[in-house]
Design a protein around this ligand. Sequence first.
Ligand code: ADP
Ligand code: ADP
Length: 226
Amino acid sequence: MTSIELDHVVMRYDGARAAVDDVSLEIEEGEFFVLVGPSGCGKSTLLRLLAGLERPSSGAVRMGGDDVTALEPRQRDVAMVFQNYAIYPHMTVRANLGYGLRVRGTAKRDIDARVDEVADLLGLREVLGRRPGTLSGGQLQRVAMGRAIARRPRAYLMDEPLSNLDAKLRVSMRAELEQLHRKLGVTTVYVTHDQVEAMTLGRRVAVLRGGELQQVAAPQELYARP
Ligand code: ADP
Ligand code: ADP
């Protein structure tokens, strides 16, 4: 778990307009924070800055007080979850869930235990031996999340993780996500272009437009604005 802080962050890809324009923001340890805005407003860029995958043109991103660009990837230790799953099709669900731990050299016995735990949490126990090609969309998304969770990172960065699912599944997965967050309490930054999703999920919601932070407030306060 960790706090995340953006301090006057500007990100310019190539001269012209800033994709992220002077954003300052503090996300508390254990918070479920939602970032909402239309396509092209800079959400993915902001997430990549948080993950340390991009270096800000100016300003600083801090995680637990440390500048992320000064941290080794292993120290940053964030897990990203995307809409396109990023699941390995040739591996079983068990192997997919354990992947992040395996590449870090975790002992097999510990990986198995952790994978079982995550499978129970996400209702994947019955499909551990199967390959992704045989799973439903909801199950695939759970595997993607499970892989992020299994590593027990300091923070989750989620980029529209539910946007490929049908409406009904999206609603039930939102509820699952909330439950999961209550259980694990890991700092989460959740990016979406879907206002309803933002209002339902976030305790605090940041609205991004044209790279600028327009407001940060509780959902009911956002509604109240003209
Ligand atoms: P989304 O809107 O879902 O964030 P995009 O389709 O805009 O995704 O972008 C997909 C990928 O293309 C991202 O990795 C992004 O960094 C890259 N990308 C987007 N716009 C540009 C651009 N103008 N030049 C180069 N890469 C871009
Ligand atoms: P969102 O995730 O909200 O759709 P992005 O962060 O993907 O927004 O994009 C914000 C702006 O930055 C857009 O104008 C996009 O074209 C531009 N952009 C994103 N990635 C790149 C890139 N790798 N190179 C150049 N421009 C990019």
